[in-house]
Design a protein around this ligand. Structure first.
Ligand code: FAD
Length: 495
């Protein structure tokens, strides 16, 4: 018997005996959970362990008897906090401390390495639990739908971000950074994250949790200029002021925006709503004001640059002469119809081209349907719901990006997850969610998974992986060295 097999066998016995976690910690005992004052504590399962999953669990645990299991398809928790948030934003990742506290609750259990919809179905979960909350995010990318987007040299932001953040699916991406000019299609925070990572001095990146392989590739990068392309104008950019400020002050780089894009905006600014007003003021200032003397020498020494190109819609990726890869992008020049956030870009008939060997499409993420029994709106990429209650499906709830679409920061996700959890708790209280029949919860699902040969990962297993990552990082002066190979993770927890 191989070590892996013997480990699985030991774990299998534990599962069948209902001892799914360490007897020493006493946590997360599946079938053995202690009941308190009533005999039917609500058993709830959450699908997805990103911010939506953990914030929903945190609020649900306010019910003094609720038992909450979080199923996650990866062997590690935290979703985009680990695999999306930029490595040079460690302060954003502090939410992990709150999520860890939730996971340590005696009534909460993390069950990783289980893909709902493949390893176990939503219908099976519905039989095992009183309620299900779908919090599985927006994992897919939106397509550009232009000729040439499949060419080598074109990458989705989702894959590129996953690559530098150690997402197992993207560990072999190996993007070609041999071009001096990179074009990012999109003007949101993710686009600015990517521009910053491409242009940051190596000494800064070395101190972050960016993967070693990404660091190595970036150390050989020839990218010196990054264009961020938007279909609409400066009043419609989707990034926020913090990210813009970081970009403006990035050491060794200078902005190369076209002042004519900003003429006349000074007069409009005073009437804009507050966040947009401050953002536009900064944009105008950085494009039109003469830099202070002390900044002049810094800017003159900068050998890397970035700029925003407005009123340009990508229409095709250009092919290199040898016909093998991307060599540029063709843009249709646009003008706006309407004003403000709802203004629409319409083509003027004029086109222009930018030559570049690296094209990153950052036009958003997309949720995918999880099961035929769960309603889904493909055009909006969301599960239709009212306050998190899935339409026409009692007992089914949703939170996070799959509930409201792939926009908003972690605090937005927190608020909507609390709303969903509150709706569920109110349904328990009002009797709209009947708890008449006791449910088996995780014990039934673990049996199914065992029969299907699925090796689950507990939160304490994750803590072993975490400890190894932190130790490896310490050796090279980083907060952690992420393990991006799922099999290596599984081997670590088998030891
Ligand atoms: P996710 O975080 O995507 O979590 C979904 C989880 O579900 C994942 O762990 C996934 O593996 C799991 N899952 C998917 N399918 C299944 C399945 N079938 N079965 C089981 N599990 C499944 N916000 C900020 O506040 N600050 C930032 O700096 C910031 N940076 C960002 C950078 C990027 C590149 C992106 C894309 C977003 C960023 N955000 C940031 C936004 C923030 O990450 C989101 O608001 C938040 O992660 C959405 O939470 P979620 O739980 O809905 O989705």
């Amino acid at each position: 018997m191989t070590p892996r097999c013997s480990w699985m066998w030991r774990r299998a016995r534990c599962m069948l005996l209902g001892r799914s976690r360490s007897a020493a910690t006493g946590r997360c005992l599946g079938a053995e959970r202690t009941l308190t004052s009533t005999s039917h504590p609500p058993k709830i399962c959450i699908v997805g362990s990103g911010p939506a999953g953990f914030y929903t669990a945190q609020h649900l645990l306010k019910h003094t008897q609720a038992v909450v299991d979080i199923y996650e398809k990866l062997p590690v928790p935290f979703g985009l906090v680990r695999f999306g948030v930029a490595p040079d934003h460690p302060e954003v990742k502090n939410v992990i401390n709150t999520f860890t506290q939730t996971a340590h609750s005696e009534r909460c259990c993390f069950i990783g390495n289980v893909t709902v919809g493949r390893d176990v179905t939503v219908e099976e979960l519905r039989k095992a639990y009183d309620a299900i909350v779908l919090s599985y995010g927006a994992e897919d990318k939106r397509e550009l739908e232009i000729p040439g987007e499949e060419l080598p040299g074109v990458y989705s932001a989702r894959d590129f971000v996953g690559w530098y953040n150690g997402l197992p699916d993207n560990r072999h991406l190996s993007p070609d950074l041999g071009s001096e000019t990179a074009v990012i299609l999109g003007q949101g925070n993710v686009a600015l994250d990517i521009a910053r990572i491409l242009l940051s001095p190596l000494e800064l990146l070395k101190k972050t949790d960016i993967t070693q392989s990404a660091l190595e590739a970036i150390s050989h990068s020839r990218v010196k200029r990054v264009w961020l392309i938007g279909r609409r104008g400066p009043l419609q950019v989707a990034f926020t002021i913090k990210e813009l400020r970081e970009m403006i002050h990035l050491p060794g780089t200078r902005p190369i925006n076209d002042p004519s894009d900003f003429y006349g905006l000074g007069d409009i600014v005073k009437d804009l709503p507050r966040p947009r007003k401050r953002l536009t003021e900064l944009l105008v200032k950085s494009a039109l004001e003469k830099p202070k003397e002390r900044d002049c020498s810094h800017l003159a020494q900068s050998d890397r640059e970035w700029g925003l190109r407005f009123f340009r819609k990508p229409v095709a990726v250009l092919l290199s002469e040898d016909g093998k890869r991307a060599a540029g992008v063709r843009l249709s020049v646009t003008r706006l119809e309407g004003v403000g956030d709802t203004a629409v870009a319409v083509p003027t008939g004029q086109v222009e081209e930018i030559r570049c060997g690296l094209i990153l499409s950052s036009i958003g993420y997309k949720s995918v349907p999880i099961s035929p029994v769960v309603p889904f709106r493909p055009n909006k990429g969301v599960i239709p719901n009212s306050m998190g209650r899935v339409q026409g499906t009692p007992g089914l709830y949703c939170s996070g990006w799959v509930k409201r679409g792939p926009t908003g920061v972690i605090t937005t996700t927190m608020a909507d997850s609390f709303d969903t959890a509150q709706a569920l708790l109110e349904d328990i209280k009002s009797g709209a969610l009947p708890l008449s029949e006791p449910r088996p919860g995780s014990s039934a699902i673990r049996e199914l998974l065992l029969l299907r040969g699925i090796q689950t990962v507990s939160f304490s297993d994750w803590e072993k992986i975490d400890a190894v990552e932190v130790a490896r990082g310490a050796e090279v002066g980083k907060p952690r060295e992420k393990i991006s190979d799922s099999e290596e993770m599984m081997r670590l927890i088998c030891r």
